[in-house]
Design a protein around this ligand. Structure first.
Ligand SMILES: [Zn+2]
Length: 269
């Protein structure tokens, strides 16, 4: 392979790859407001970099990234693009089904948009896992890098949310040229404990979807929820390497231990 990226290879390279290896990574992100200090493509840039580094360490192919995701509440700020959730489900299904048609058996989605993309992506992978027999997983930083996140966080409870501590540290490490540290603003206020958004604080909680107007106001008209003022490039580096290392570990598990028999290999029509 000349590149880990599928789209930078020729079809014959893919044919040769499939003779020995049946795994592929598929990045999904979002283009949405990320306050005044991070670029709108943050979630996609994270998915792309994480996938690229894990792929390079394991000689695994990466499918083209899907840049836009499901982000209705971020429409409160200009520039955000959101798909309808069923559109994202269908895009994911068509990409995965195309890969399965060619013989990819183990498909790992790398989701850089955390919670928000998960419902539509989970529907897509559950349908196709049952229909095709392919082993399909979603690696999301919330879950596959939870331990390191809990260990290195510096902010108080509520400090991890959107454009907040962890993804800001991560971006300072992987894309410092696109960040404006001097514009990072803290927005942590006490809510009812059941409404706690911080994934590492634990506790009992309920789900209430965001409303566009309420989100704008609740994010101080800036788009930040949490505390990016404590973020550091050093913590971003630790976070990135543990996140990538866990994905590498999972790729190795998929290749060595997961057995797949494909069925219903159909072209999406
Ligand atoms: Zn983000």
């Amino acid at each position: 392979m000349k590149s880990v990226w599928l789209q930078e290879n020729k079809w014959e390279d893919v044919e040769h790859y499939l003779e020995n290896k049946k795994t592929i990574l598929v990045p999904f992100g979002s283009v949405e407001q990320h306050a005044k200090h991070l670029p709108m493509g943050t979630d996609s840039l994270v998915a792309i970099k994480v996938a690229e580094d894990a792929a390079a360490q394991t000689g695994t192919l990466v499918a083209p990234p899907t840049w836009v995701g499901w982000a209705p509440h971020h429409m409160a700020f200009p520039g955000t693009i959101t798909l309808r959730p069923e559109t994202l489900t269908n895009v994911a299904m068509d990409i995965i089904q195309s890969l399965v048609y060619h013989g990819f058996e183990k498909i790992i989605l790398i989701n850089g948009h955390r919670e928000a993309n998960l419902p539509p992506l989970k529907i897509a992978v559950t349908k196709l896992r049952n229909r095709t027999g392919a082993f399909i997983a979603i690696a999301d930083p919330f879950y596959i890098a939870e331990q390191v996140g809990r260990r290195i966080r510096l902010s108080e409870a509520g400090g991890i949310g959107h454009a907040a501590e962890m993804e800001t540290s991560h971006m300072y490490y992987i894309h410092p040229e696109l960040c404006e540290e001097e514009n990072a603003v803290k927005n942590v206020h006490q809510k009812h404990p059941f409404l706690q958004h911080d994934p590492y604080s634990g506790g009992d909680r309920v789900f209430v979807p965001s409303d566009v107007a309420a989100y704008r106001e609740g994010s101080m008209n800036i788009g930040v929820v949490g505390d990016p003022t404590v973020s550091t490039k050093e913590n971003g580096e630790i976070y990135h390497h543990e996140l990538v290392g866990n994905i590498v570990n999972f790729i190795q598990y998929c290749e060595e231990e997961v057995q797949v028999t494909l069925r219903n290999q159909e072209i999406p029509l």
